[in-house]
Design a protein around this ligand. Structure first.
Ligand SMILES: *Cc1c(COP(=O)(O)O)cnc(C)c1O
Length: 352
């Protein structure tokens, strides 16, 4: 645990975890008892504190609401078999948060604030980490611009917060995805590699159109030519072609997923061939036709692994094989590490 930071603690007098129904979790609806707050003002991070979860108040003119300087992270804490709590690879989220911050002209957050705030918050709210295997406590660190000023320029003041919410095991029925040939999530030189709020806002409309046509999410293609796969919804995309794990290499238009990195690492541990490179739509569609596309799936913190059942391309639905061996195997392997059921050979768990 990171203990150097002085965090003012105001614990709630009426904790809600005893009355929360852990057998019936709707993700994101109820947040845990406490939240972490730190403010950036006059070039310094200050007033680190943990307070009861609740409303916050700002003037309507704050910069985040108008010009979108707002970034976030997403990770999960799991109950391990020995009664402790494991957070999966939070240092990677910390590093990526600062990469996002730089792109959005926001200040870097020191490790003792991000990790120190995280450790103390999860320690305090450990009763909110579901005990049931598969369930978890979702952790949402975020930062937004708080200057009360309507002019366009990077804000001088910011708020960093961490809130958490119980999440049930995410049983994804295999998903139906549509290859997006018109809209784009991000372009070269844009903000696709940053986990910023605006990327999500811009993706809502095309995603909604696809949902109205009966698809769960989009398979995004590159902005310039719509020839190469980028991501699947808000997850990284992976394909198994002729038993080789193929995934688009990360770029400034693709978010560098921590699940993606973990899956690649485990696949390599198992002696599987892994190719990080450009993956063209044509290559994948040909592989489907020839029967050499074994599996396709999205990878990300929310679902971990989301197998794809159907890919729609230029109006035609292509069905993928139902037999999947890699996706369930990798999901199980990752869960075994997160829940402390197997040796954590890569040192991925941050134990609290
Ligand atoms: C968060 C996110 C992912 C998944 O990243 P993980 O670190 O694996 O959770 C993938 N794509 C986008 C666009 C994201 O925002």
């Amino acid at each position: 645990m990171v203990e150097t930071l002085n965090i003012q603690l105001q614990a709630t007098e009426s904790p809600r975890y005893q009355t929360f129904d852990f057998s019936n979790i709707t993700f994101g609806k109820v947040c845990a008892d406490h939240m972490f707050i730190a403010d950036y003002d006059n070039g310094q991070w200050q007033n680190a504190k943990i307070v009861p979860y609740g409303k916050i108040s700002f003037e309507p003119s704050i910069a985040a609401l108008h010009y979108g300087q707002s970034i976030f992270e997403g990770m999960k804490a799991y109950s391990n078999e020995n009664g402790g709590v494991n957070i999966f690879r939070p240092i990677e989220n910390f590093k990526r948060f600062n990469v996002s911050a730089e792109r959005m002209c926001m200040p870097q957050i020191p490790e003792e604030i991000f990790m120190g705030g995280l450790s103390q918050l999860i320690d305090l709210d450990r009763n909110w980490v579901p005990k049931k295997h598969g369930d978890s406590l979702y952790i949402r660190p975020f930062m937004f611009a708080t200057d009360e000023f309507l002019g366009v320029r990077p804000s001088n003041s910011y708020r960093f917060m961490i809130i958490t919410a119980p999440a049930g095991a995410y049983y994804t029925e295999p998903v139906r995805v549509k290859v997006e040939m018109h809209y784009t999530r991000s372009a070269e030189g844009g903000t696709g590699f940053a986990k910023c709020a605006g990327n999500y806002a811009g993706a809502l409309y095309p995603s909604l159109l696809a949902q109205k046509q009966g698809y769960h999410q989009l398979l995004w293609t590159d902005a310039k030519e719509h020839k190469y796969f980028e991501e699947s919804g808000t997850m990284n995309a992976m394909f198994i072609i002729d038993n080789v794990l193929v995934t688009p290499s990360t770029s400034d238009s693709i978010l560098k997923g921590i699940t993606r990195d973990s899956v690649i690492q485990l696949a390599k541990d198992w002696g599987m061939q892994v190719e990080e490179r450009k993956v063209s739509v044509e290559e994948v569609m040909k592989a489907i036709e020839k029967g050499t596309l074994n599996e396709a799936f999205g990878v990300g913190t929310a679902a971990t692994i989301a197998p794809i059942a159907t890919i729609q391309y230029e109006g035609i639905d292509y069905e993928l094989p139902e037999s999947r061996s890699f996706a369930p195997k990798i999901l199980q392997a990752l869960n075994n590490i997160k829940f402390g059921l197997t040796t954590d050979t890569h040192g991925w768990n941050f134990n609290i």
